[in-house]
Design a protein around this ligand. Structure first.
Ligand code: PHB
Length: 410
C-alpha cells in the first residue's frame, strides 16, 4: 500500500464517527422499513426472476435415452403452459450424471451451491437419486424424482421437500409377484443388476410371490451396467425354473431380451419383468420382445383422453413416440406447477407447497394418481403384453398400489 493511502489517526476517527452515524440511521429507518421491503423484494424476485430448474439426468450411458425422454416430457408440459410456471420464466441448467453414484454428490452440489437452482429434477438411477436426496434434505432444496425408484427416497429419507412422479422399486416388482402367484406359477428364478433398483424390484416381487405361495429358487445378479449375460443364462437353463422375473432397463434391457431369445430360453422358460424391460426399447429389441408380459404404471393403449392428447403433442413436438419416462417427466412438471401455484411461485414455502401437492389429483397420461404421505404415487399397476411395437394393456395387475413407505417418519 502506498504511504498516501494510509489513513491517519484523525481520518480513522472521522470515518468511524461517520460509520456509526450511518449505521444508527440504518437501524432506525431499517426497523420501520425492513419487513415491508423484504416482503416486497421477495414477491418481486419470485415474479421477475426465472425459475431455475436443475435437470440432473443421464445423457450418456445405458440410461441416456431415459434421461432424454424425461427432459422432453418435462419441457412439453412447460411449453403447454406458455413456457412459464406461476408467471415465472423457466431456465434449465443441465448436468449429465452418467448414472454414476460416485459422482452424484459433486454433481448435485454444483446445481445447489454454484447455480442456486430453485428445484432439482432427477434422476434415473436409484444410487444417484439417493445422493441427491441427501443433499436436497440437508440444504432444504425442492426435489422431484422423475424416475429412480429407490425405496429409501420415499422411505427412511422421505422429507417435506422431496417428491416422486414415478414409482417405487417395490411397486413394480410387487405387481408382477401378484400376477405370477395368481397364474399358479410356483418356482421362479430372478436376474438383475446388483444395485438398489434390481435388489428392490426383486424384493418387492418376492414379497408378493411368496405371499401367494411361490418360491424364488435362484437369485442371479451382475454389476450395473454390465451386459455379459451368457454365464447367467446358462445358470438359468440349469436351474429349470417355471419362469424368470427380471429388472433391466435402457440399453441393458435391449441386450438382455435379445440374448435371452438367442439362447433359446424364451420358448422354454417364460420371461417376465418390471415394465422397464420393454418400455422405450421395442424398436431396438424387435422380434425378441414379442409376446413378453410386464407390469408397469403405464401402457401404450390406455385409451384415456389425457393420454391421447399427451401422445399426440409429444409425437408432434419431438417426432418420437413417448414412453413411461416421458410421462414421468411430464408429471414431474405437473407436480411442480401444482406446488408453485399454491405458493405463488415462492419455492421457499416448502410446507404450503407440500400441502397443495399432497391434496392434488394429478391428471397424468397414465391415469389420475395421488401422492402418498411419503410423496410417492399411489397408482394402478398395469399388466401389459408386447404386440408389435406396443406394450398393449392386458388389465390392471394391482389397483391403486401404495408403497408401504417403510421407515418414513413424516
Ligand atoms: C433405478 O435405478 O431406480 C431405475 C433405473 C431405470 C429404470 C427404473 C428404475 O427404468
Amino acid at each position: 500500500m502506498k504511504p498516501e493511502n494510509h489513513p491517519t489517526a484523525s481520518t480513522t476517527r472521522h470515518l468511524r464517527r461517520v460509520g456509526l452515524a450511518m449505521s444508527a440511521m440504518l437501524v432506525t429507518t431499517g426497523l420501520l422499513l425492513a419487513p415491508l421491503k423484504t416482503a416486497q423484494a421477495q414477491t418481486q424476485t419470485a415474479a421477475n426472476t426465472p425459475l431455475k430448474v436443475g435437470l440432473m439426468l443421464p445423457y450418456t450411458g445405458t440410461y441416456a435415452s431415459l434421461g432424454n425422454a424425461i427432459e422432453n416430457g418435462f419441457k412439453l408440459y412447460v411449453n403447454e403452459q406458455g413456457g412459464k410456471l406461476s408467471g415465472r420464466e423457466v431456465e434449465f441448467i443441465k448436468v449429465d450424471d452418467e448414472s454414476d453414484p460416485s459422482k452424484a454428490t459433486d454433481n448435485v452440489n454444483k446445481l445447489v451451491k454454484r447455480d442456486h437452482v430453485d428445484v432439482l429434477i432427477g434422476s434415473v438411477h436409484s444410487g444417484v437419486a439417493m445422493a441427491m436426496a441427501k443433499v436436497a434434505k440437508e440444504t432444504d432444496t425442492l426435489m422431484i424424482v422423475p424416475n429412480a425408484g429407490s425405496d429409501a427416497v420415499t422411505g427412511p429419507m422421505c422429507a417435506t421437500n422431496i417428491f416422486r412422479s414415478s414409482f417405487s422399486n417395490w411397486q413394480t416388482g410387487y405387481a408382477m409377484g401378484e400376477v405370477l402367484a395368481k397364474k399358479g406359477i410356483k418356482r421362479v428364478a430372478t436376474i438383475t443388476w446388483k444395485y438398489a433398483a434390481g435388489d428392490e424390484n426383486v424384493r418387492g416381487f418376492k414379497e408378493a410371490f411368496e405371499k401367494g405361495g411361490g418360491t424364488v429358487i435362484k437369485e442371479l445378479n451382475l454389476p450395473f451396467p454390465n451386459v455379459e449375460f451368457q454365464a447367467l443364462l446358462t445358470d438359468i437353463a440349469a436351474a429349470k425354473p417355471e419362469a424368470v422375473f427380471t429388472f433391466f432397463a435402457g440399453g441393458g434391457a435391449v441386450k438382455f431380451v435379445k440374448d435371452y431369445a438367442a439362447a433359446g430360453l424364451k420358448k422354454t422358460i417364460p420371461l417376465y419383468g418390471a415394465g422397464f424391460l420393454t418400455d422405450g426399447t421395442l424398436d431396438a429389441q424387435g422380434e425378441a420382445a414379442e409376446g413378453l408380459f410386464t407390469t408397469l404404471h403405464y401402457a401404450d393403449s390406455l385409451n384415456l383422453p389425457k393420454d391421447k392428447s399427451f401422445r399426440l403433442n409429444y409425437a408432434k413436438t419431438f417426432k418420437l413416440q413417448p414412453d413411461v419416462y416421458a410421462v414421468q417427466g411430464y408429471d414431474a412438471a405437473q407436480i411442480l406447477a401444482i406446488g408453485l401455484k399454491a405458493v405463488n411461485g415462492d419455492v421457499s414455502k416448502k410446507a404450503e407447497f407440500a400441502k397443495a401437492v399432497e391434496a392434488a389429483k394429478i391428471d397424468s397420461p397414465r391415469g389420475t394418481f395421488t401422492l402418498s404421505k411419503a410423496h410417492n404415487p399411489v397408482q394402478d399397476m398395469y399388466l401389459r403384453q408386447v404386440v408389435g411395437k406396443e406394450n398393449k394393456l392386458v388389465g390392471i395387475a394391482s389397483k391403486s398400489l401404495n408403497d408401504p413407505a417403510r421407515g418414513c417418519k413424516m
